[in-house]
Design a protein around this ligand. Structure first.
Ligand code: ZN
Length: 459
């Protein structure tokens, strides 16, 4: 390095320090970090990161009877249902709201269902669950609107859209540097990434439902009115918007979807909740949870799943034979890595079976990390609870993806599930990341440190 170059670097560092003042304790306190109560601090992150990240949560939250798997994500789905029931019960408690408003329609529809003749013999709680499903199916937009007002403000939508933009930008850069993919396939992949659409939270414009008449005392008439209204709305929409603009799940749904053919993803507001996303949490935590998860899904648009459709949705395999062979070649490293993982003595994961999903996780961690770095250039993240931004990112992944899975379920998974078991979805990609080793000061020989010559990569 020439002296003039060193001077430039030093000047650059000074500029960086001037431009980005250290955080005050108050600023850091305002942001939520990782779930410190879930950590098992007796575990060594370099050797048993899975226990370190969520060991205490698993110890305190045994798998409920009748379930095979339990996690903060599954608990989050129950929170979603409870929040929606509470919202509807609250709206239903007040009669005589102005006609045609979203709150009147939701409250009176729910009341007509709860008090109606439809489910005479159902217990109250069971009936509330059914009436919620019915409201969600028939008044999806009004319910999504009322739900988003409480649980997914515009700032949350903007933040998730920003995360998506950063992920797509990083993926685009990465594709340009790919060694194994042919030039032609790279162009196709870039076109798909450029055309990829992500619906976030709720529609940009709500359908005007004020003409829909919902009565407090007429459940079946309400069902019919709502159905007719929905058919008419669909008919008016025909021709004026693409099928990509139509939400396949209501905004209140705790699920998300990826449509490989339409080259898009839908992320309802009900899905963009803890532990996936939290507006109050640091960027490092959000990039480690929803960020990695979304980056994983984005790579499906261009991987062995997405290669069957081009950027316009036409069924056309745009990988060449050389791309396919090269993919197999690069992927062998990951096949070997997962073949080496076992769920009990002698019972191994099947590397070939989980290859596509394991590669998605590997790419997801890498892309989300780079997207976070990009974001931190203008929006730095403070140390929180003694954890650096990088540590927060990796721990967030362990806490988001971590799950208690019964041994029975794990035995089924290694036979037929394309996903690795939860533990290996967490530590598999991290053990390939030098950034992880650096963040936790892990030394060569530790379980989470794959030697450089065995380190796997793909996108
Ligand atoms: Zn996947």
């Amino acid at each position: 390095m020439s002296p003039s170059r060193i001077a430039w670097v030093v000047a650059g560092m000074i500029a960086l320090f001037v431009g980005v003042p250290p955080f005050s304790a108050a600023q850091a306190a305002a942001l939520k970090g990782i779930e410190t109560g879930d950590l098992d601090r007796t575990a060594d992150p370099c050797n048993d990161f899975y226990a370190f990240a969520n060991g205490t949560w698993r110890a305190k939250n045994p798998i409920p009877k009748g379930e095979q798997r339990w996690s903060r994500r599954t608990a989050g789905r129950e929170t979603n249902r409870r929040q929606l029931r509470e919202l509807l019960q609250e709206l239903a408690a007040k009669a005589d709201r102005p006609r045609g408003g979203v709150e009147q329609q939701l409250g009176d529809y729910f009341a007509s269902c709860m008090n109606g003749p439809a489910f005479k013999n159902e217990a109250r709680a069971r009936r509330a669950a059914i009436c919620l499903e019915s409201t969600e199916a028939l008044l999806g937009e009004p319910l999504g609107r009322a739900y988003a007002e409480r649980h997914f403000p515009p700032a949350a939508k903007a933040k998730v859209q920003e995360i998506v933009r950063n992920l797509l930008a990083v993926l685009k850069d990465d594709l340009g540097e790919l060694q194994w993919m042919s030039e032609t396939a790279q162009q196709q992949a870039l076109a798909k990434v450029a055309a990829f659409e992500v619906l976030v939270g709720y529609p940009d414009a709500w359908t005007d439902t004020s003409a829909l008449v919902i009565r407090r005392d007429a459940f079946w008439a309400n069902v019919e009115a709502a159905r007719r209204f929905s058919v008419e709305t669909d008919r008016k929409r025909m021709g004026e918007s693409t099928s990509r603009a139509v939400w396949q799940l209501p905004p209140s749904s705790p699920g998300a979807y990826i449509d490989i053919q339409l080259n898009m993803m839908g992320l309802p507001a009900g899905f963009l909740q803890e532990p996936a996303f939290d507006l109050a949490a640091s960027d490092a935590v959000n990039y480690g949870a929803i960020g990695i998860s979304l980056a994983h899904d984005l790579t499906h648009a261009i991987d062995a799943l997405g290669r069957d459709f081009d950027s316009t949705g036409q069924p056309r395999n745009w990988w060449t034979k050389a791309d396919f062979d090269a993919f197999q070649n690069v992927g062998q490293c990951t096949v070997d890595q997962y073949d080496g993982y076992e769920i009990e003595p002698g019972v191994h994961l099947d590397g070939k079976q989980v290859l596509g999903e394991a590669l998605g996780d590997l790419a997801g961690v890498r892309l989300a990390y780079r997207a976070l770095e990009r974001s931190m250039q203008s929006h730095p993240v403070p140390e929180i609870d003694g954890f650096s931004p990088e540590q927060q990112f990796f721990i967030a992944w362990g806490q988001f993806r971590g799950a208690a899975e019964s041994l029975e379920l794990q035995r089924q998974m290694v036979k037929s599930d394309p996903h690795p078991t939860a533990k290996y979805r967490v530590i598999g990609p991290l053990s390939n990341a030098p950034e992880f080793q650096q963040a936790f000061g892990c030394k060569a020989g530790a379980a989470l440190v794959r030697p450089p010559e065995k380190r796997c990569g793909i996108w």
